[in-house]
Design a protein around this ligand. Structure first.
Ligand code: PLP
Length: 369
């Protein structure tokens, strides 16, 4: 009987770090620094440095950071934000939370990131922000999007939730936009032990207001300058992230190894393999292949002990919560095809070569049978 290969194995990541993590959590408990606190502050400094940014502000989720990004850029009712229909829904939530309108644009069939040409066509006099996603860990076409932003005087928010440390033309993502937002959901390339997020910016005014907004609209305790939120990062999460961050570069190299190996082993199959653009150094949060017989392949892999997942089975414009936007089937054909055909294979730093080979062998068997 062949070993089961889980889609994702967080235990393998935690095991070698366990004593360090235990000590970091114990320190938080001993010091009772549960909300923000010194470890969170240190992590903010370290993460800002990692991104090459002036400021990083810790949040209790990536969704909260995105919400605050929209508030900082004064997005409100009547404003349009151009974004992708093929992402996790939280990208669009941020726009909806402030009463803005998500304006979807279709993705590029190769990279599955926003197609800059279509972004240009979607600009109106109501467009306030463009918010693309560095999907699956691969940077979107930053220069082309920035050019559109400058020409039309609109701002850029990077949804970097899946792309910690990814590079665009050799430069780490996180400071190309006015604001960049990260998620530390446990399954992310850099994951907390619970929820977490970060807002990254070079703008001191945004940084100051973001700190206030995450803490009840307050910089002085019990004095509230504006309506705020309880979006603080927990002390335990800051402590855990501080232990994990020094390992991130090494983990990324391992993810890149896995992706390259899949590329070699699957190139002769009928699968549409992920494409890395010339400007991109992906951190391979996910390895997503596409095929019209996706559902059959998924069942076959699972029956053979290989875990897999769908990112994402239904694009945002067809979700019940966004039907009010009035986009029917066929509105964004590439996103819709990707949703029908996508299949995420196991990818994590600890995945062994023998396991990659087995996943590939099962896929070859599926197409040979
Ligand atoms: C692209 C994208 N945006 C936003 C989020 C939201 O982050 P969080 O789950 O930390 O709220 C996620 C993560 O799930 C994501 O993948």
């Amino acid at each position: 009987m062949n070993e089961t290969i889980p889609y994702f194995d967080l235990k393998a990541q935690i095991k070698p770090l366990r004593s360090e993590i235990d000590a970091a959590i114990a320190r938080t408990i001993d010091n009772c620094t549960f909300c923000l606190g010194p470890d969170t502050e240190q992590f903010e400094k370290d993460f800002a440095k990692f991104c090459g940014a002036d400021f990083a502000i810790g949040f209790n989720s990536g969704t909260a950071a995105l919400h605050v990004a929209m508030l900082l850029l004064n997005v409100g009712p009547g404003d349009e934000v151009i974004t992708t229909p093929f992402t996790f829904v939280a990208t669009s939530w941020a726009i909806s939370y402030v009463g803005g309108k998500p304006v979807y644009v279709d993705i590029d069939d190769g990279t599955m990131n926003l197609d800059p040409q279509l972004v240009r066509r979607a600009i109106t006099n109501k467009t306030k922000v463009i918010m693309p996603v560095h999907l699956y860990g691969q940077p979107f076409d930053v220069d082309k999007i920035l050019e559109i932003c400058r020409e039309n005087k609109v701002q850029l928010v990077e949804d970097s939730a899946q792309a910690h440390g990814a590079k665009y033309n050799g430069k780490t993502i996180g400071t190309f936009g006015d604001i960049s937002c990260f998620s530390f959901y446990p399954g992310k390339n850099l994951g907390a032990m619970g929820e977490g997020g970060e807002l990254v910016t070079n703008n001191p005014v945004y940084a100051r207001r973001a700190k206030s907004l995450r803490e009840h609209g307050s910089t002085l305790r019990y004095y509230h300058a504006e309506v705020g939120y309880n979006y603080r990062m927990e002390g335990i999460q800051g402590a855990v992230l501080g232990v994990k961050l020094p390992h991130l570069k090494k983990w990324t190299v391992e993810r890149q190894r896995v992706a390259m190996r899949y590329g070699e082993l699957l190139k002769d199959t009928p699968l549409q393999l992920p494409v890395e653009a010339g400007f991109a150094e992906s951190v391979w949060h996910l390895f997503v292949v596409r095929h019209p017989r996706r559902d059959d392949l998924k069942s076959f892999l699972e029956a053979n002990g290989v875990g897999c997942a769908l990112h994402y089975p239904l694009p945002l414009h067809l979700q019940k919560c966004y039907l009010n936007l009035g986009h029917g089937v066929g509105s964004y054909p590439v996103a819709e095809k990707s949703a029908r055909e996508c299949l995420s294979l196991p990818i994590y730093p600890e995945l062994k070569d023998s396991q990659i080979q087995r996943v590939s062998t099962v896929i070859h068997k599926f197409f040979d049978s």
